[in-house]
Design a protein around this ligand. Structure first.
Ligand SMILES: [Zn+2]
Length: 153
């Protein structure tokens, strides 16, 4: 009889743990994990005419892995850094600051800035030698594809 009670308690604990884990998991949104992002461009000022674009697939995967988004309330601060994720023929923009990651869709979705992603934002901002002239990321990714095709990749 006692054994059965312990078993029941254990079962309850496992069920509760599973529910909690599921609830936590569903709160984290990973929009770029299972899609093929071909390029990520960082624009550090909307007034700027330069951007830093990441085209290396391995590096892109490393960066997109860090985009684990947790919803938050909208804040009133200025988000002057734009990060553009190119997926196929689509550009997905996020306007970010040190604590916000606002994903632009049909509406603006407000998320907390993932700490690991912020590290990338800072390190690229400091890599000014990588700056290039501002162009539409879609235009750049088409150029890249054309170059790869001409090399037969
Ligand atoms: Zn903010």
């Amino acid at each position: 009889m006692r054994k059965r009670a312990i078993k029941m308690r254990l079962l309850c604990a496992i069920v509760i743990l599973a529910i909690v884990m599921l609830a936590c998991h569903s709160e984290t949104y990973t929009p770029f994990r299972d899609v093929e992002v071909s390029m990520i461009c960082f624009r550090y000022s909307l007034m700027d005419s330069t951007q830093i674009c990441v085209r290396n697939r391995k590096r892109i995967r490393e960066i997109t892995e860090t985009v684990r988004l947790v919803p938050k309330e909208q804040c009133a601060c200025a988000h002057s850094v734009e990060v553009v994720f190119v997926i196929g023929e689509e550009e997905h923009s996020a306007y970010v600051c040190s604590h916000c990651f606002d994903l632009m869709g049909e509406t603006v979705e407000n998320y907390r800035m993932p700490e690991d992603f912020l590290v990338y934002c800072h390190s690229y901002r400091d890599s000014t030698h990588l700056s290039e002239r501002w162009e539409s990321p879609l235009y750049l990714s088409r150029q890249k594809r054309a170059r790869e095709e001409s090399r037969g990749e």
